[in-house]
Design a binder for this molecule. Structure first.
Ligand code: NDP
Ligand code: GDP
Length: 380
């Protein structure tokens, strides 16, 4: 029989990819979205059908992880076989500015989901996926990081998520619930939030290529991350809930890349090679050379840049009070038990993200040329 899933955070990057996957598999999907003063469903609009049409299997409900009354009501009304708890204040730097809210939404929010299922007597019916994170590892204890590596979070986000991790495990052990943690390393895509470093870089590459921005300002260029593609990672989430028993899994590619090298790859996609000079707060990247044919094939215009142009500079305002220097995961358990391996390489993902952002900024430039206000701003 077709299953029913409830996805919190459905309007986010992972929520959109997961909803698409579940709909393809025949699920009825209920999603929780927050009330906002502007439309916030851009990422799932292509999946949405008017409820008067036939075969409508995606339903949205207003809700918030900080409101247990509303979570209990939605779980009761939708009677899900599977809950994917993806909703969170997901930005590490912002969590230093909003630590109490982050603890409430990301930490206690997880408890509210688990309690809703328990209070409604659904512990044997409903399987729960908790979006745990490689930020739990924080300060390096072991390389590569795996399920048995000790945690040492380095931000209010990481600390809130550690509560979510342990309360999920505790409810599994206390009440026999099928509740699992996916410890996912960073995963990106063309619909990644614009202030995460990968998307900030690919957007800037596009905007600079089209002459709509001069320079990209970044923080710590030395950090290293294990980046995969969100499409591969939501498949792992689904597999985690289809096993004979509940467990926790690391999901990662096993390869790590410096921020500086991600910049080289992203500019390389449009044929621009970079030369990094200077150190720490004085470090900059200048254009070393341009492959004009490559530039024109992607950007569809002559290069607006020339060798020697400074395109990246460091701005310490993007440094974090405490940093996670190195993440690289060992997903052997997921490979052996879930049959999961990442399909998309970093090269392919960078190419997809840059090309998608070039298209977005081409659209904006066209609107701008025709006197329309540009919504997709190059400033952030
Ligand atoms: P996004 O930031 O793209 O999406 C977060 C989602 O949560 C959005 O739908 C957002 O709604 C919603 N949300 C935020 N606060 C609340 C709240 N209080 N109540 C209800 N909904 C809320 O994150 P991702 O899709 O990238 O990540 C999904 C999950 O996986 C998150 O929990 C994240 O912390 C975790 N994670 C992500 C990793 C990554 O690299 N992407 C790595 C490891 C874990 P709105 O659209 O209205 O803002
Ligand atoms: P995180 O791993 O969840 O914190 O994902 P982010 O994409 O936000 O950051 C990844 C790494 O990039 C961190 O080590 C940041 O310090 C580093 N970084 C360097 N410059 C920036 C920047 O301008 N914005 C963001 N978001 N991160 C940056």
């Amino acid at each position: 029989m077709a299953k029913t899933a409830l996805v919190t955070g459905i309007t986010g990057q992972d929520g959109a990819y997961l909803a698409e996957l579940l709909l393809q598999k025949g699920y009825t999907v209920h999603g929780i979205k927050r009330r906002a003063s502007l439309f916030n469903t851009d990422r799932i609009d292509h999946l949405y059908k008017d409820r008067h049409e036939k075969d409508v299997r995606l339903h949205l409900h207003y809700g918030d992880l900080t409101d247990s009354t509303n979570l209990i009501r939605i779980v009761q009304e939708t009677q899900p076989d599977e809950i994917y708890n993806l909703a969170a204040m997901s930005h590490v730097k912002v969590s230093f500015e909003t630590p109490e809210y982050t603890a409430n939404a990301d930490g206690i929010g997880t408890l509210r989901i688990l309690e809703a299922v328990r209070l409604l007597g659904m512990t044997q019916k409903t399987r729960i996926y908790q979006a745990s994170t490689s930020e739990l590892y924080g300060l390096v204890q072991e390389i590569p990081q795996k399920e048995t590596t000790p945690f040492y979070p380095r931000s209010p986000y990481g600390v809130a998520k550690i509560y979510g991790f342990w309360i999920t495990k505790n409810y599994r052990e206390s009440y026999g619930m099928y509740a699992c943690n996916g410890i996912l390393f960073n995963h990106e895509s063309p619909i990644r939030g614009e202030t995460f470093v990968t998307r900030k870089i690919t957007r800037a590459v596009a905007a600079i290529a089209l002459g709509m921005q001069k320079k990209l300002y970044l923080g710590n260029l030395n950090a290293k991350r294990d980046w995969g593609h969100a499409r591969d990672y939501v498949d792992a989430m689904w597999r985690i809930l289809q096993q004979p028993g509940p467990d926790d899994y690391v999901i990662a590619t096993g390869k790590t890349t410096e921020i500086r090298d991600f910049c080289r790859m992203a500019f390389g996609e449009i044929g621009v090679s970079l030369d990094f000079r200077g150190a720490e707060e004085k470090e900059v990247a200048v254009v070393a050379s341009i492959d004009e044919a490559r530039f024109e094939s992607i950007v569809k215009s002559k290069p607006s840049l020339k060798a020697g142009d400074e395109v990246i500079a460091v701005d310490p305002q993007y440094y974090r009070p405490a940093e996670v220097d190195l993440l690289v995961g060992d997903a052997t358990k997921a490979k052996e038990k879930l049959g999961w391996t990442p399909q998309c390489t970093l090269d392919q993902m960078v190419s997809e993200m840059v090309q998608s952002d070039v298209k977005l900024f081409q659209r904006d430039r066209l609107l701008h040329v025709h006197g329309h206000k540009v919504l997709e701003s190059a400033e952030w």
